[in-house]
Design a binder for this molecule. Sequence first.
Ligand code: TXA
Ligand code: MG
Length: 333
Amino acid sequence: MILDGRAPDAIAEAARVLRAGGLVAFPTETVYGLGADASSDTAVAGIFVAKGRPADHPLIVHVAAGAKGAQALSRFAQPLPPFAQKLVQAFWPGPLTLIVTRQPGVGTAAAGGQDTIGLRCPAHPVAQALLEACAEQGVPGLAGPSANRFGRVSPTTAQHVHDEFGDALLVVDGGACEVGIESTIVDCSRGAPVLLRPGLITRDQIEAAVGEPLRDREVLDTPDPRASGTLEAHYAPDAKVRLMDPKAIQTGLDVLGANAAHIAVWTRSNVRSRSQRVLLRRMPDDAAATAQQLFAVLREFDAQGVKLIWVETPPDTPEWEGVKDRLQRAAAA
Ligand code: TXA
Ligand code: MG
């Protein structure tokens, strides 16, 4: 069932379901999350079952802004190192997740049993209203992975969530997500900031806020925490995705000529096809607009029944890193 998140009744109803240990999908500025009471291991178990996600994959815990959020922070996490505090100051509420050292005994299931926990304070007003209402009822935070089945494209509208899980799941509608790709994740549990997942907040912005260079996960010798968002093949539509330069795309279309079919093309450059059955779609020139559309475009192509999606490789600049990362993973599936 989809409820309008601007209605106070909807927030109250969603908070009631969450307080009782149920699942509710909710909007954030990045993608929709599948929420459960992060302090209840039983409630969180429901997320793993619904998503078909392995139970040792840790989830992000969403917390309110302001005083309630600060309380939640000290409940779930040990005191943050100074560089992590700078990130909180600079980017919360917003599309940034911090991996920090967990308080033993809380959020164990949400953390997938690891001694760290992912925390994020989302900027979406409906998410904040829900987190506030939950905190008032004694639910300190919401464990919330993206509200899609394991390995699939993240949802950026309430309808996408409904398409994944059907009518039995309560979905709070907050409109189409503005950011469109998942939060940037910075691991703050290893003494220096490590970029685990690129997103709208770029590495330059993070380095400027902390005043030290970001490490890459590859250069660390300590074992990596399990992060399904960092699995090679992830975010995959049904169709096969290929990243190509515009010349290769044009050559492919020319070779197939009027017989080309079941192909969708998403490019910034102008390309032409002699077939009416090729879907040509324009990619925005800027990275933020592309991110906003990305998952919806992949879902639309799937819905049209295409077998191949040819995407123009994005530029190698920091703003495009998040989009490029999601496309590479989609292409690896
Ligand atoms: O934008 C987002 O981050 C969205 C919205 C709903 O907030 N959430 C999201 O959650 O993308 P999910 O579960 O699909 O991706 C979270 C990523 C996963 O790759 C997970 O493994 C990683 O964060 N993660 C969570 N806790 C972690 C931890 N303690 N250590 C390492 N990675 C962690
Ligand atoms: Mg996900």
